[in-house]
Design a protein around this ligand. Structure first.
Ligand code: SAM
Length: 289
């Protein structure tokens, strides 16, 4: 039966993920913690109070204190001191998972230094929701957060990411997304695939997929509003295909014979077994040699 429980939590810092849109995207575990913690700390105390209200969680005199990236060391120490005195402290950022492009990192570090127990109630993060809907490979991805504001720095950073054999995930602002996509098309290649995922889990959720060139043009002609995640496929040039192939062969060789590796990888890449077999032999020899 679905029932939120108020119980005595052991002393510790509890990192609670909150919804990124739809308020019902919160776990029962998170609601249990928000119901039971002695103190609630939040990046944005107003949105926390609203969330508690939506889910019918009474504060009953418990404090909701502010803690964000610009909070002083003193306020961090105060939270840790509360835990040392036997209290449970729940911490949530404004939306999604704390520490993911959100405050919480220094709190975790200081908690380790002070030997204070840490717990988490995992839940939504825009990274994972966007990857779920973008239709790009998820075997390997690199989360880059927000790119720099300055165009020069943004282009340099994109250049550094260009050949990484992984799906790239960026957070973006609606004001900058057109410029970012234009830079991405020029630096990473106009034909490279991407997806602009906006307002995830909300009323105006939308995923636009296409070449970076098309996405950049659409962003000018019909600017996407709201919160945005940009996903960019890995470089599919021949040089990178070879890197992908080699990396799959290496992975398969850790638990398969040479023959099975050649069979499996040839099938996955749509190549002739004979051709892949030679490469598997070469890589296998280098590994043992
Ligand atoms: N901690 C959050 C998480 O786990 O996703 C991210 C916080 S970061 C300050 C906020 C950025 O996340 C937004 O600018 C946007 O790029 C992305 N984001 C958050 N919610 C989103 C949503 N519903 N749809 C699309 N992107 C979202």
């Amino acid at each position: 039966m679905v029932k939120v429980e108020k119980r005595k939590l052991s002393a510790g810092l509890y990192f609670v993920a909150t919804p990124i849109g739809t308020a019902r995207d919160i776990t029962l575990h998170a609601l249990d913690i928000l119901t039971s913690a002695d103190i609630i700390a939040a990046e944005d105390t107003r949105s926390m109070r609203k969330l508690l209200d939506i889910h019918g969680i009474a504060l009953g005199g418990r404090p909701v204190v502010s803690y964000h990236d610009h909070s002083s060391e003193k306020s961090r120490n105060a939270l840790i001191e509360n835990v040392k005195n036997g209290q449970s402290v729940a911490y949530a950022s404004e939306a999604g998972t704390p520490l993911i492009a959100d405050p919480g990192y220094h709190l975790v570090q200081d908690a380790y230094d002070a030997d204070v127990p840490l717990y988490s109630a995992p839940g939504p993060s825009a990274i994972i929701v966007a990857l779920t809907l973008a239709g790009m490979p998820t075997d390997r991805f690199l989360f880059e957060g927000f790119l720099p504001n300055s165009q020069n720095q943004r282009r340099t950073q994109l250049q550094e990411l260009s050949d990484i054999p992984a799906t790239l995930v960026f957070y973006e602002s609606p004001k900058r997304v057109a410029a970012m996509l234009k830079d991405a098309a020029e630096v990473l290649g106009a034909e490279r695939h991407g997806a602009v995922c906006r307002e995830l889990t909300k009323k105006f959720e939308q995923v636009r997929r296409g070449s970076l060139q098309d996405l950049a043009e659409q962003a000018v002609n019909d600017p996407p509003r709201g919160e945005i995640v940009v996903i960019i496929d890995r470089n599919r040039s021949d040089k990178n295909k070879d890197l992908d192939l080699d990396s799959e062969i290496r992975k398969a060789l850790t638990h398969m014979s040479v023959k099975d590796t050649a069979d499996a990888v040839a099938k996955a890449f749509g190549l002739k077994k004979r051709d892949v077999y030679q490469r598997v032999l070469q890589i296998g020899q280098n590994r043992t040699g």
